[in-house]
Design a protein. Structure first.
Length: 117
């Protein structure tokens, strides 16, 4: 679907070997960047965040990143048949497997079981 241009997709893997990929800031920053690369309207939302933060001289706080992502997810689809998917993954033995709900987005959370070697 993504290759055919029928879906917008963003992925995030919580890597517990990399401190930068263990928190909300890493998650939000990654999703915002991926979605902005997928569509011009999302890119415009990111440009506003950039401008609001001294043209990149200061890091946006978590609240600003959340609002930016929410604004991107609330944009009408450029093509009414285009689906949005967000996939979140982690390597945890007891992490829940669930699906988030959003009227415009399909969100998936999965836990990859660590196999004994």
């Amino acid at each position: 679907m993504h290759a055919a241009g029928l879906a917008t997709m963003a992925y995030y893997y919580f890597d517990f070997r990399d401190v930068k990929k263990q928190d909300c800031n890493g998650l939000l920053s990654s999703l915002v960047l991926q979605l902005s690369a997928e569509s011009d309207p999302c890119s415009d939302v990111l440009s506003k965040l950039y401008s609001d933060n001294s043209r990149g001289m200061q890091r946006p706080d978590i609240g600003a990143l959340k609002k930016c992502l929410a604004d991107m997810l609330s944009l009408p689809a450029e093509d009414s048949d285009k689906a949005k998917f967000i996939s979140l993954s982690t390597l945890l033995t007891n992490a829940p497997i669930s699906r988030g709900r959003h009227p415009l987005v399909r969100m998936f959370w999965n836990s990859l079981k660590k196999l004994p070697i």
